[in-house]
Design a protein around this ligand. Structure first.
Ligand code: SAM
Length: 285
């Protein structure tokens, strides 16, 4: 009988979620971070980086569907996608379901995350890492965008929180290089931006930095149970404000034409996700 123990998340001082763990499947201190994968009866397998929950088998569909389908159905004709981070494979899985996408570059700093998630979270990537459209680059996303010579219609930054290797992906320099070097005309950028009830300063910092670069900067939300503290925000930026204000009917037509089936995302949820409560709007200063 494997020993039962409890693992608590270390993201916040004085507040934590914890999991009963039936087995520690993998643990290593990589060159960049502490990587741990555990089996839990409640959420299935859970991956933590530096003690912070990154993804779970049970609720990953919410985050990955919303991070991918909102920008890819908002953009009128996306062909090329850049993913920063996303080493667990959930983002690239959802992107590859869009048959109109011709090329994906994914820039992940830690090869161990990709390799271990292929092994322990096969349902996350579902073979997407082998898709012929994918160019997987093991590198720091900040260095990649600083030297990038290619343009992408949609950029998805699925990074860890702004601690450790992910910190550079929340800086003004990163956002400027990302937009100036990597984003095509009419492009959309989205980025993991924390739980506003718990990490409100992330909203304020990101809003200030992105609104200096883009005509339209905002956020959209979704409830991911293991990103504790209420709903999570994703940053949204583009130079065409109309891309964020399309009707559910416009989105529905694209979703139906794609024949993509989802468990969380739909056209009404797409539109509603951009409705922000006052306390979040108050952080956008
Ligand atoms: N969905 C999760 C969340 O919202 O916190 C993120 C999941 S994904 C596992 C985060 C990925 O970002 C990890 O694989 C990590 O190695 C990667 N990462 C962190 N800093 C990075 C950087 N500077 N460049 C590229 N990838 C980075």
């Amino acid at each position: 009988m494997s020993e039962k123990k409890v693992v608590s998340e270390t993201l916040y001082d004085g507040y934590a979620q914890s999991f009963t763990v039936t087995e520690q499947l993998f643990e290593v201190k990589t060159e960049h971070q502490h990587l741990e994968i555990v089996e839990t009866p409640f959420m299935g397998r859970v991956m933590l980086l530096d003690g912070v929950v990154q993804t779970t088998e049970k609720d990953e569909f919410i985050y990955h569907e919303m991070m991918v389908h909102v920008p890819l159905f908002a953009h009128p004709d996306p062909k090329r996608v850049l993913i920063i981070g996303g080493g667990d494979g959930g983002i690239v899985r959802e992107v590859m379901r869009h048959k109109n996408i011709e090329h994906v570059t994914q820039v992940e700093i830690d090869a161990s995350v990709v390799e271990m998630c292929k092994e322990y979270f096969p349902r996350h990537s579902q073979g997407a890492f082998d898709d012929v459209r994918l160019n997987l680059v093991i590198a720091d996303g900040k260095e990649f965008v600083a030297n990038c010579k290619e343009k992408f219609d949609v950029i998805i930054s699925d990074s860890t929180d702004p601690i450790g290797p992910g910190e550079v992906l929340f800086t003004s320099d990163f956002y400027a290089d990302e937009k100036n070097n990597c984003l095509a005309e009419g492009g959309i950028m989205v980025a993991q931006n924390g739980v506003p009830f718990m990490q409100g300063e992330e909203i304020s910092n990101t809003y200030t930095r992105l609104s200096r670069l883009y005509n339209d900067t905002s956020f959209y939300v979704m409830p991911v149970p293991t990103y504790v503290g209420g709903f999570m925000t994703l940053a949204w930026a583009s130079d065409d404000a109309g891309l964020r204000r399309q009707t559910a009917e416009q989105i529905r037509q694209r979703l139906e034409a794609s024949a993509i089936e989802t468990r969380y995302y739909n056209a009404d949820v797409h539109v509603a996700a951009f409705a922000l409560p006052n306390y979040v709007q108050a952080l956008m200063k």
